[in-house]
Design a protein around this ligand. Structure first.
Ligand code: NAG
Length: 464
């Protein structure tokens, strides 16, 4: 397997061999199948989803630490379907998400305040991450994040960092040779067992502590309506199993939502510097539709086609999960003339799908106009949120958050190149990091209120 940016290597294989599907690659007895085309992905992961919706078990992360209790890593089966049913009911449609619009608007206003108070570009990533985390914790648990050292945010960051290590085969050899999982702790090479126990405790807290918070708030009659409180608020007594599903399906939203939302919003800032003409056009649209006496809100969305096109283009241009999260087949299946054996690990190369010049004209260029022209190019949401029964359950919420981030930031701030100590403007590069999730490389930027009035709008009291 390639060591760096495997999605680029897989794309080259696809181009060289001219197929939409890779030949099976065998590694340590596991079959890997790479899908390079949207139609093949839809046909295998959507149309045959009863056979292709399982996840591979990553021994350290899934089993030993226990991430298989979260929706994203859970094997296909009744519990997973139950999680998804709950998530669908509360967040799965644009209509259901409406209940949470005012929360997101409020948190995005708070984001503007952070940018105004502390525009230092080194802090931008932190502000975005905090905002994405606040949105999710507010919606999942009705929890209002503290500005510094919030215990739940710190806990979640810790758990997610541990997850990143726990899925890495280079860090934990047990991920490559699953039989090692029975190695006793005292045995040479067995120290991962102790690490696993500590990390399981973190994960258990991540699910348990916010859940206990909601229950105590409900008992005191002070709970802010949230995913968890709405599901717990039932006429009948819920079984222990039902409560467990609510608890874990709620905490799964954080792990899945924060880094992904962060990566797209961080990319947005970079793109605004790289493509000043896009920024100018977007601002003109906001000024015309919303004016400069208030911040844009979700009600404005339908009148802001160019901002919507920027959101779509961000989705296409920067793929946070370039090869998605792998699926695993639970039965033998046939696609065209290919035989895909049961237990195969299937990787859809989403990056290739959204950077294929036969699908998107000049795919490396950031060009929102591709979605506003009379014949728009293909909607990347068909691929970048994953496929079939594993499609991202929070996609509508992510869409609301990203739209509001773009619209609100552009309505009040100018985003320009960073100037170094000699006053030289520094242009960001377009590099991205390698790994299961891919982030834009770091860059400097200057964030400044567009006008005195814009500053006043940001400083206004929070409403929502
Ligand atoms: C995952 O769920 C199982 C069964 O409900 C439980 O025993 C285990 O403690 C959970 N893992 C974590 C990390 O909480």
């Amino acid at each position: 397997m390639p060591k760096e940016k495997d999605w680029v290597v897989f794309s080259k294989w696809g181009d060289t061999y001219g197929t939409s599907l890779s030949l099976p690659i065998l590694i340590f007895g596991m079959t890997f199948i790479i899908i390079n085309s949207p139609s093949t992905a839809l046909s295998i992961l959507e149309h045959q989803n009863s056979k292709t919706s399982d996840r591979p078990i990553v021994p350290m992360a899934s089993d030993l630490v226990g991430w298989k209790n979260t929706t994203g890593f859970m094997p296909y089966g009744d519990t997973m379907r139950n999680h998804r049913r709950l998530q669908h009911r509360l967040l799965g449609t644009p209509a259901a998400c409406k209940a949470f619009h005012s929360h997101v608007e409020l948190e995005m206003h708070r984001f503007l305040k952070r940018l105004l108070a502390d525009p230092e570009s080194k802090r931008l990533k932190e502000h975005i991450r905090k905002t994405a985390g606040s949105i999710i914790l507010r919606i999942s648990h009705g929890y209002q994040v503290q500005e510094t050292n919030d215990p739940f945010v710190d806990l979640a960051e810790k758990a997610v960092q541990q997850l990143v290590q726990a899925i890495n085969p280079a860090t934990f050899f047990v991920n490559v040779v699953p039989a090692l999982r029975h190695l006793p702790e005292w045995f040479p090479g067995g120290s991962f067992q102790k690490t696993a126990r500590e990390w399981a405790a973190t994960l258990d807290d991540l699910a348990g502590k916010p859940f206990a918070f909601v229950k105590s708030q409900m008992a005191a009659g002070t709970a802010i309506p949230s995913y968890t409180s709405k599901l717990l608020d039932s006429d009948r007594t819920l079984s222990a199993e039902e409560e467990t599903d609510i608890k874990w399906s709620a905490s799964s939203l954080y792990g899945a939502g924060v880094d992904t939302t962060y990566a797209i919003i961080y990319t947005f800032f970079k793109v605004m510097i790289l493509y000043p003409e896009v920024q100018a056009k977007a601002k003109a649209e906001i000024d015309q539709v919303v004016g400069n006496q208030r911040l844009p809100c979700m009600e404005d969305r339908k009148h802001l086609p160019y901002i919507n096109a920027i959101v779509l283009e961000l989705y296409r241009w920067h793929i946070v999960l370039p090869t998605a999260i792998p699926h695993r087949s639970t039965e033998d299946l046939i696609y065209n003339n290919y035989f895909i054996p049961k237990g195969s690990i299937i990787l859809p190369n989403v990056w290739k799908m959204t950077h294929d010049p036969t699908i998107y004209h000049s795919p490396m260029t950031f060009k929102p106009e591709r979605f506003t022209q009379p014949e728009p190019e293909r909607d990347p949401r068909q691929f970048m949120f994953g496929f079939g029964r594993r499609i991202c359950a929070g996609r509508h919420l992510a869409d609301v958050s990203i739209f509001l981030a773009c619209a609100r930031v552009l309505s009040v701030f100018d985003i320009t190149k960073y100037r170094d100590e000699n006053g030289e403007a520094v242009m960001p590069d377009t590099e991205v990091t390698s790994g299961i999730s891919s982030y834009p490389s770091d860059f400097g930027c200057t964030i400044f209120p567009r006008s005195e009035n814009a500053g006043v709008l940001v400083q206004a009291e929070l409403a929502g």
